[in-house]
Ligand binder design. Structure first.
Ligand SMILES: [Zn+2]
Ligand SMILES: [Zn+2]
Length: 351
């Protein structure tokens, strides 16, 4: 099966800071696969990281089609596809687990030994592999537009990250780092869990944005020496019940241990540059019974939960997607995001 056109515009990642728009063949479908016309693809911190570095060991090896957060319309279904038909609005996750390996059988599908990744959202069309069609593609609820729906993937990571901490209603949650993921954590902690949220970031404009989106208090992060006492003062001297580190820097992982209360939980959510290490105060971790967690990726159940939160309006694109550009501008957008701080949270790329 094929669509009427034979080539499409797509972004191809060639290496470090080298993304080119090219005419490439429209994918031909195999058994169980589906072709989706991309209506919105969203930029993501991970893509910016990959753009800077030129590859991602787990997710993408160049030359390769690029982009992983998207929503669109089914245009063609391959033989054997029964769940979907042409014309439907869908959002697909960027991976699907095998559901057979050691980890999948224990409900840790995010750690699947054979996690199948899919890239190619920055294109006119994207081919969804059979396993993703079967296990991790969803109809978009009517109330959502494509931009909202495309948030499902990053939001699922945030949902899982908070769930890992055992968060309870009324907990005080300190969110360190207020990029798109940090802002999602703020919204979720506040509106899905009824927590009190203290939002922290290096720049005051980021803190202000988090306050607008629902954070109860904001703190600009400067020297540890001043941040720790400020946080303690705001938490009856104890520290936060939960600290979500969404920066991804060894220094802030270490700082997180000084912000959490006795018996509290830290989630080292932000991935640090590979090869980096942290030095943690063993006495502090031991005598204060601090639980340290880390989160990677999502599972199909978390994608479904994320779509639920989007559908009931707890989080939406109007809070997180503040730019829109045509596909042809993608290289410039990625370059700007990698080198300048120009206030972009997420950009909607419209093919
Ligand atoms: Zn992403
Ligand atoms: Zn598996």
């Amino acid at each position: 099966m094929q669509v009427a056109v034979e080539t499409m515009q797509a972004a191809v990642l060639y290496g470090k800071e080298d993304v080119r728009l090219e005419a490439v063949p429209v994918p031909v479908l195999g058994f169980g696969e589906m072709l989706v016309r991309v209506r919105t693809a969203l930029t993501c911190g991970t893509d910016v990281k990959v753009f800077r570095r030129g590859y991602h060991a787990k997710m993408i090896n160049p030359p390769a089609l690029f982009g992983h957060e998207m929503a669109g319309d089914v245009v063609l279904v391959g033989d054997g596809v029964t769940k979907f038909r042409a014309g439907q609005r869908v959002v697909a996750a960027n991976s699907a687990p095998c559901d057979r390996c050691f980890f999948c059988r224990r409900g840790q599908q995010n750690l699947c030994e054979d996690l199948l990744f899919n890239n190619g959202a920055y294109a006119e069309f994207i081919r969804l592999p059979a396993r993703i069609v079967e296990k991790n593609t969803y109809l978009i609820p009517e109330s959502l537009d494509y931009k909202d729906a495309a948030l499902a993937e990053p939001l699922a990571c945030a949902v899982r990250g908070l769930e890992q901490t055992g968060i309870q209603r009324g907990d005080t949650v300190a969110v360190m780092g207020l990029g798109p993921i940090g802002l999602m954590l703020v919204r979720l902690a506040k509106y899905a869990y009824g927590a009190r949220v203290i939002a922290m970031a290096r720049r005051q404009e980021q803190v202000d944005r988090a306050l607008l989106l629902g954070a109860d208090e904001g703190m600009q992060m400067g020297a540890h020496a001043t941040l720790v006492p400020r946080l303690k003062a705001a938490t009856s001297g104890r520290g936060a019940d939960i600290v979500m580190e969404a920066i991804g820097h060894p220094d802030s992982w270490e700082l997180a241990t000084l912000l959490v209360r006795k018996g509290g939980c830290i989630n080292f959510f932000g991935g640090c540059p590979s090869g980096t290490k942290v030095g943690l105060d063993t006495g502090l971790l031991h005598y204060s019974e601090i639980t340290c967690k880390a989160s990677f990726h999502h599972t199909p159940a978390h994608i479904r939960q994320a779509i639920g939160y989007l559908a009931d309006g707890k989080i939406s694109a109007k809070q997180l997607v503040n730019h829109e550009q045509p596909l042809s501008d993608l290289p410039r957008v990625l370059h700007e995001m990698a080198h300048r701080r120009n206030g972009q949270i997420k950009t909607a790329i419209i093919p």
